[in-house]
Design a protein around this ligand. Sequence first.
Ligand code: SF4
Ligand code: SF4
Length: 386
Amino acid sequence: MIEIDLDELVENLMQCRRCGICRNAVYEDRGFDGVCPVWRNSSGFETSFMRGRIQVALALLDGTLEKTPENAESLFTCTLCGNCTEICAAEFDPTECLEKVRAVLNDIPNDVHDTIAEKIMKYDNPYEEDNKIKRNWVKEVGFDVPTTGEVLYYTGCTAGMRLPNIAKSTAKILKAAGIDFAVLEEEPCCGSVMLRTGRVEDAQKNAEKFVEVIKNSGAKKILVTCAGCLKTLRNDYPKLGLELPEILHITEALQEIVQGKKLKLKPLGKGVKVTYHDPCHLSRAAGVYDDPREIIRSIPGVELVEMETNRNTAMCCGAGGGLRSYDAELSKRMAADRVKSAMEIDAEIIATACPFCENNLEAGAKQIESKIRVVDVVDLLAESLK
Ligand code: SF4
Ligand code: SF4
């Protein structure tokens, strides 16, 4: 169970030096530039970046500010992307603190996030769908996929229910590489969004159920598609006192396959410019920067080009931390901003490694009527299979 020491949390929040670097910083290579993607894509008030959020959090915690949904708004207009943590020189992790503040203040009503938690607890997914459809994509891969096995491919709610192409591509690649894998008959939700939005009691109950299902499956290794699932299962479950087998993001697993030249690949064109968008929960949270890039570089006919912000300073797409459901318009503006960065370097394709990012980047591209193609890295690799 997550135990939050309130005194320690306040002490940490007080470490903020109010320097404002988390709004915009002076970089050696690109001068004065934005750090917080929310600040860049909103009105620019103090509460739209971490320095202001911290002051609001302290005031809500000590009672100076009344605990109302309106006063707590700035706690929720943050994707927990971690870009501010990356640059903050003070002795604390502001992003982690803000997530804890959400948990401590979860008695402040938040209809949007309460509803998502209710749906996950009731349907085992946040989309209010019959959970069985998560495995529908398996019928279209053209070969049998068992429901138990040592290597488990955990599709996750968004790939399983919204972007099944990612799951199909993953299955095709694993099959081509000769790796036996299973997909559960019915997957529970990892509960990522509940942890990010402070619904910790429900998240704990859900996680215990998840671990039980995995135990019964006999899996020794779990491959995940979604960066949010990775962070939750690998980083958060141990904090909940729960153990799982080894968890790998699919790009970590495929990188070995690509290095070992286990796949026969054909060119996707000639010099097709592909840029890579780092999902925050895969990059800053898990330190996975190179594996997806290596996979892209391995595809014949493709040139990997980098956006101005990339790797640990990459701007967030706006989908995470519960923002997509809390303020969809702000979230999509952030995605559009990221798409513009890709267009500035003449990329034809944005490849990413998280269905949640893909979904939002597509929405951002649509908003600015960009023709850029948004795909998952596994989709590009699967298209290149001979
Ligand atoms: S959170 Fe860090 S970077 Fe932001 S104002 Fe405080 S000390 Fe400065
Ligand atoms: S975590 Fe990301 S969105 Fe939130 S305040 Fe920091 S930079 Fe802004």
